[in-house]
Design a protein around this ligand. Structure first.
Ligand code: NAD
Length: 265
């Protein structure tokens, strides 16, 4: 079998990682390159995304990094232009950037609500807005938005802005899928469940007393006895980026080891 993304150009937002180990965006960037994609890796943290590039380079893959804040309209315009200038086109847009802040409406500060919505939702609108004209011209493309099962279910602790933002990501995904199907452009969401990534050991752990207790608690909640990891998200993203999913659009691909089967709305 050939490489599944041979010749594809993919923009990946948040291709670094917020801590040591494998975040979803970092694993996606590396897996896309392993499958033959030319990876345009974007992150606000230059050091983190340089680490991703070093891994891809070492494995003989093709990766260019770009430092940008994807909540900033001008920066997104520039990064999309830079990708087209570098690689000539854009086949895949993988919107991975997302942040978490535990808390309910009374606890979360208004400025933090706005910031989280900008990072988790507006960034995906901005990247799509700038990438879609290129995909329309090419008559093909795949957009993948990283959502969460938190868009449907309670996480067991208050996390109102994050859950609301991921609900918006699902709606954004369905709308883009509907509007652009006639251009052969697909748009799908990935809904990870409880995943063991640097993100949860950082921001999410604020909702718990200690990190190892949080990890054990999250593992115990999962029907398979353990959380998933960044590679589970990366492999799903390869499927949605590749021709194998050419007739799949507007879906919410749940990657949770069966966790949502045990949850009530
Ligand atoms: N880990 C989980 O349990 C879990 C579960 C469900 C969904 N998710 C989703 O996965 C995605 C993130 O996964 P990850 O593991 O890669 O997270 P991560 O925090 O490890 O990495 C995200 C990267 O995005 C970058 N970033 C943040 N804000 C940015 C901005 N404004 N512009 C450009 N880059 C920015 C960070 O520097 C970081 O390198 C999020 O959308 C998150 O909601 C994670």
């Amino acid at each position: 079998m050939g490489k599944r993304l041979e010749g594809a150009v993919a923009i990946i937002s948040g291709a670094g990682s917020s801590g040591p180990g494998w975040g979803n965006g970092k694993a996606c960037a590396v897996q896309f390159a392993r499958e033959g994609a030319q990876v345009f890796a974007v992150d606000i943290n230059t050091e983190a995304v340089a680490e991703t590039k070093a891994i891809i380079d070492q494995e003989g893959g093709d990766c260019v990094i770009y430092n940008a804040d994807v909540t900033d309209s001008d920066s997104v315009g520039r990064l999309v232009a830079a990708c087209v200038e570098t690689y000539g086109r854009i086949d895949v847009l993988h919107n991975n950037v997302g942040i978490v802040e535990p808390g309910g409406p009374e606890e979360i500060k208004e400025e933090n609500w706005d910031r989280l919505m900008n990072v988790n939702v507006k960034s995906m609108y901005l990247t799509a807005k700038n990438v879609l004209p290129h995909m329309v011209e090419a008559g093909s493309g795949s957009i993948i938005n990283v959502s969460s099962i938190a868009s449907f279910y309670s996480l067991g602790y208050p996390c109102v802005s994050y859950c609301a933002s991921k609900g918006a990501v699902n709606a954004l995904t369905r709308n883009i899928a509907t509007q652009y199907a006639k251009h052969q452009i697909r748009c799908n969401a990935i809904l990870p469940g409880l995943m063991d990534t640097p993100l949860i050991r950082g921001a999410v752990s604020q909702a718990y007393e200690d990190v190892e207790a949080m990890v054990s608690e999250r593992d115990a909640l999962c029907p398979m006895g353990k959380m998933g990891d960044a590679w589970d998200v990366a492999h799903s993203a390869v499927f949605l980026a590749s021709e194998e999913s050419r007739y799949v659009t507007g879906i919410e691909l749940v990657v949770d080891g069966g966790l949502t089967l045990t949850m009530k709305l």
